[in-house]
Design a protein around this ligand. Structure first.
Ligand code: 13P
Length: 248
């Protein structure tokens, strides 16, 4: 039985004050023995969240990590810096990074490796655009995005990672993949990993992301290969986020 994981991605939202109150409100809804819940915050708020979440059930992650270890890379944040901020997770390859900031399959694989070198669990985001789905390219796209990481990091590296399937057409649009549409892709991802290592395929958490809300989370999370969610908009509201967490 795989442990489930509900992860919020706050994206570029909030202020220091609102971030602290959102974090407090989420923590107030958790019990000491709750596990499998995390939030990915903007870099500049990670220090405050580190102080607030020490010894709490809530884990913290970053929304990206540099593809280099250190040096003259103005504006970048390294994995060792995230480690200092007590990050458990780092997203890599989010579609907004791929489409607006030019993160490539290759640089995403480097980011994945950089995170792991510091013991941070990379959350590899993959998913197709609407045009790619309509052209029947969904499986080719997610396979290509997954293979780029496996080729660079090796299949064993997936043991300490999480995958998030986020169809780009479902992100922030209010249109979610149906339970069956999502399950079909999750199953294919797990089978592709199983072809190389069945133990890792059985264990790896594959999250769904894209307009997940309290109203649709239960159905999605009940699917055999959907192990949790990566939640954008609904994670900015503590009550909605906790409701999704409790719906597992
Ligand atoms: P929404 O939940 O707002 O669609 O965002 C999903 C997402 O991109 C999480 O990383």
């Amino acid at each position: 039985m795989r442990q489930s994981l509900i992860m919020g991605n706050w994206k570029m939202n909030g202020s220091l004050e609102s971030t602290k109150s959102l974090c407090s409100a989420i923590m107030e809804g958790l019990n000491a023995d709750d596990t499998g819940i995390a939030v990915c915050a903007p870099y500049v708020y990670l220090s405050a969240l580190k102080d607030m979440t020490t010894n709490s059930a809530l884990s913290v992650g970053a929304q990206n990590v540099a593809d280099q270890t250190s040096g003259a890379y103005t504006g970048e944040i390294s994995a060792s810096m995230l480690k200092e901020m007590a990050c458990t997770y780092a997203l890599v390859g989010h579609s907004e990074r791929r489409s607006y900031y030019g993160d490539t399959d290759d640089s995403v694989a480097d980011r994945f490796c950089e995170a792991q070198k510091e013991g941070i669990v990379p959350v590899l985001c993959i998913g197709e655009t609407l045009a790619e789905r309509e052209a029947n390219e969904t499986f080719n796209v997610v396979n290509r995005q997954l293979d780029a990481v496996i080729e660079k990091a090796g299949i064993d590296a997936l043991e300490n990672s999480v995958i998030a399937y986020e169809p780009v057409w479902a992100i922030g649009t209010g249109v979610t993949a149906s339970d069956e549409q999502a399950q079909e892709v999750h199953k294919a991802i797990r089978e592709r990993i199983a072809a190389k290592n069945t133990a890792i395929a059985d264990k790896i958490q594959i999250l769904y992301g894209g307009s997940m809300k309290p109203g649709n989370a239960k159905g999605l999370l009940a699917m055999a290969d959907i192990d949790g969610g990566l939640i954008g908009g609904a994670s900015l509201d503590a009550a909605s986020f906790l409701e999704i967490y409790r719906s597992i």
